[in-house]
Design a binder for this molecule. Structure first.
Ligand code: BT5
Length: 316
């Protein structure tokens, strides 16, 4: 950390939760207001929560709360400060023989990925960015699509029941709270037509971010558990309980398919019954989302009454 940034941090710490005037900081450290602002922004990017108010200055609300790696030992959890994408790291580890249900988690992703080449904003120490490696013994790629719905149903169920937050799922991979995106899932696989070698289920959940921690373009569409509840969450405990529930669920899915998750998914979904536009292999389709099949595919009735069954697609 640069000397000036350390000075700013130490002055903010001295104020113990009170505002410190920007002008005072400038004169004490001997740098411009713009330079102070640049350092504050970079501290925020490193997980420090700092409020800024006109005429009052800056206040240190919280230092970064890093994951507690002591609790990850013996659980095949691979921990990193920063990676490009946990899905990518999981793939490299899978190629080196990492065992079934290994988890890759990082405080920060430099190049977090969404679907279809989109990016996933993954700043340091306030969300959970992790991937689970699954090595199914007998599963063909067409049977794998619902694994994303399984993960979505499990996470929504836990967040509703344990934390009282109304998380909903939007087919196939969005996790929303009160209409804003709190998380997303990116499932990737390696395999042949008749056999999957491994699946990587990448999960991104916004946990302790404040509104100002999101880039402007995301503020209207994104939210976090903290924004929705006013509480701060222990990310280590959350990760461990998500992991336990997901591993249990994936085991059940590999043995019994999607059927046990059908009702939970329906309970939390906001897609069925809606008019939707979907982009899929067949192009763009408009209609009503009628039904989810027992295999996790979405059935859409188009404007002429014809029904289409869609395994992979993207609601726009
Ligand atoms: C997703 O894609 O929702 C899948 C996100 C998966 C992220 C995890 S993190 C761990 C693992 N490693 C990775 O590299 N990825 C996975 P999609 O449906 O394509 O949504 C992407 C869109 O969501 C972007 O285009 C933005 O509009 C929005 N977005 C990006 N970052 C966000 C965030 N942190 N919170 C809410 N919305 C976000």
């Amino acid at each position: 950390m640069s000397k000036n940034k350390e000075l700013i941090l130490s002055r903010l710490r001295d104020k113990e939760g009170q505002y410190l005037s920007g002008a005072l900081l400038c004169s004490e450290i001997g740098i411009s207001r713009a330079a102070i602002w640049k350092h504050v922004r970079s501290l925020r990017q490193n997980g420090y929560q700092i409020s800024a108010l006109p005429n009052q200055g800056y206040r240190l609300d919280r230092e970064p709360d890093l994951l507690n790696i002591e609790k990850f030992k013996q659980r095949s959890i691979y921990y990193y400060q920063a990676v490009d994408s946990t899905n990518l790291t999981a793939r490299l580890l899978a190629e080196e023989g990492a065992p079934n249900y290994s988890i890759v988690v990082a405080e920060e992703q430099k190049n977090g990925r969404g679907r279809l080449g989109r990016s996933w904003f993954s700043p340091k120490a306030n969300g959970l960015w992790f991937s689970i490696l699954l090595r199914p013994r007998m599963l063909i790629p067409t049977q794998a699509a619902p694994v994303t719905l399984v993960a979505a149903a499990v996470l929504a169920n836990q967040i509703n029941n344990q934390y009282g937050l109304p998380m909903k799922v939007k087919w196939p991979n969005d996790l929303l709270i009160r209409g804003k995106k709190a998380g997303g899932i990116l499932t990737e696989l390696k395999g042949e037509l008749d056999q999957i070698e491994y699946l990587i289920i990448g999960i991104g959940l916004n946990i302790n971010q404040q509104e100002q921690d999101f880039p402007k373009g995301l503020r209207k569409v994104a939210t976090s558990l903290h924004i929705e509840s006013g509480k701060l969450f222990n990310r280590t405990d959350l990760l461990l309980s998500f992991r336990d529930n997901l591993v249990k669920a994936f085991n059940l899915f590999l043995n019994e398919g999607f059927a046990p998750f059908y009702m939970p998914w329906k309970k939390y979904n906001i897609t069925l019954g809606q008019r939707v536009t979907i982009s899929w292999q067949g192009g763009l389709l408009q209609g009503k989302a009628l039904h989810l099949t027992k295999e996790g595919a979405l059935q859409i009735q188009d404007n002429r009454g014809e029904i289409h069954t869609i395994n992979y697609g993207e609601l726009i």
